[in-house]
Design a protein around this ligand. Structure first.
Ligand code: GAL
Length: 414
């Protein structure tokens, strides 16, 4: 609390040079890689332009597992930041604790209900009230490819199905390259598994097994096949993968050490930051078998009730996040697409344009599904338990049959 009063005191001494109601905007996020940090810097700029003081609360660790642990400690001690990067069903879980601010006023003034696709708006609401503001739409089912490595390996085309993946990856390895760049961390293991399961079973199966957590779908032969396929993909990852950060795996594609990486399009932020051009230096292709599907991952911020602050800072923050200008520049750096409907995509690269078109098309066709590896689909307890199963499978010789049984148990966690 002392720190809080000090901040206020400091802010009031500065008040003469700032617009009224200037305040400290502390934001928890996990955007610390090259591309991510550039994106976060745009948010800081936007908040400062509104006259507030940005207080960075960055907790390193891709996928946000570390950030969530730190957030819980801060909230329990009664000292939450103003905003925190929280996504999917966890938004509702936090809202149910009664600690979130209500964003209905700003949402009404700025017409969020017409600005946002319903599939996005629904996730931001708790019992019909806005408690979070979305930043972007990431697509997770991508395969990032170095075309030069394929060429040098005598591979004409990247794999389009998991059935042809094994032979192509083996060919790449015989030419002296790493076939799959991967970082052995639980959330990255789960990210790969998600694309494998989607490619093997299709969006309807995916929805039943991983969104509805239907026991029959989870125990089906399709899940067994998904684990068998994951075992095959695992064989094509290098021996140094353990603990490697995702952006270092992306760097292996950028510098031509490896051929393919399965990762969401925040990886594109790394290619962009390295000055690489899609279609020339790298390819963004759907993971095998998933061309007609789209696993979405919407970054969003929940905002906490503040003891000593009126709603001005909160509203300014939310308004900045959804502004056209912020959406344009942030998403070009981040690799994602704007969350506002009808945003002009002409200045975005080919991967983002494809993502935007596929988002709309899959929303109509039924191929649009939430990413469970990125906390968009499952209650957080089940999500954590499922991630643990996938990760132990990747790091042991567990049979696919045992993995399916363990997955079923994990899916019941609440
Ligand atoms: C995701 C998040 C992305 C990106 C990624 C790697 O969960 O949605 O914005 O930061 O983790 O850190």
């Amino acid at each position: 609390m002392k720190i809080r009063y000090l901040t206020l005191a400091l802010a009031s001494t500065l008040a003469f040079s700032l617009p009224a109601f200037a305040d400290t905007v502390e934001v928890l996020h996990w955007w610390t890689s090259g591309g991510e940090a550039k994106s976060a810097a745009e948010l800081k700029k936007m908040v400062e332009a509104k006259g507030h003081t940005w207080k960075d609360f960055a907790v390193a660790g891709g996928g946000g597992d570390n950030a969530m642990t730190v957030l819980k400690t801060r909230v329990v001690s009664g000292n939450p930041p103003l905003a925190a990067q929280v996504k999917g069903p966890a938004i509702q879980e936090w809202a149910a604790e009664g600690v979130l601010a209500n964003l209905d006023d700003i949402a009404k003034t700025e017409k969020w209900d017409t600005l946002l696709p319903p599939v996005v708006a629904n996730v931001m609401k708790y019992q019909g009230h806005y408690v979070a503001v979305p930043v972007n739409v990431h697509r997770v089912n991508w395969m990032w490819v170095n075309p030069e490595v394929l060429k040098k390996s005598g591979v004409k085309e990247a794999p389009k199905t998991w059935a042809e993946f094994d032979a192509i990856a083996t060919k790449i390895e015989k030419a002296g390259f790493i076939a799959v760049a991967h970082g052995g961390q639980p959330w990255q293991d789960n990210t790969v598994f998600e694309s494998v399961a989607l490619g093997v079973g299709g969006p309807e199966y995916y929805d039943k097994a991983f969104v509805k957590l239907d026991p029959a779908a989870i125990s089906s032969p399709t899940t067994l096949k998904a684990f068998d396929t994951l075992r095959m993909v695992r064989k094509h990852m290098d021996k140094d993968m353990s603990g490697r950060d995702w952006n270092l795996a992306t760097a292996m594609i950028i510098n031509g050490k490896a051929a393919m990486q399965f990762m969401g399009d925040w990886a594109k932020g790394e290619f962009t930051a390295a000055g690489k051009v899609p279609g020339k230096d790298y390819l963004c292709l759907a993971a095998p078998g998933t061309a007609k599907s789209f696993t979405f991952n919407i970054d969003s911020f929940i905002v906490f009730k503040q003891k000593n602050q009126d709603s001005k800072a909160t509203n300014d923050f939310a308004s900045a996040v959804l502004s056209d200008s912020f959406q344009e520049v942030f998403n070009q750096n981040k690799g994602s697409i704007p969350v506002r409907l009808g945003h002009d995509m002409s200045k975005f690269d080919a991967c983002a344009q494809k993502s935007a078109a596929d988002f709309v098309a899959t929303n109509k066709s039924g191929g649009l599904v939430p990413s469970f590896a990125h906390q968009m689909a499952q209650p957080s307890a089940a999500q954590g338990a499922i991630q643990d199963v996938v990760s132990s499978f990747m790091n042991s010789d567990m049979s696919s049959k045992d993995a399916v049984a363990k997955l079923l148990e994990a899916s019941k966690k609440r």
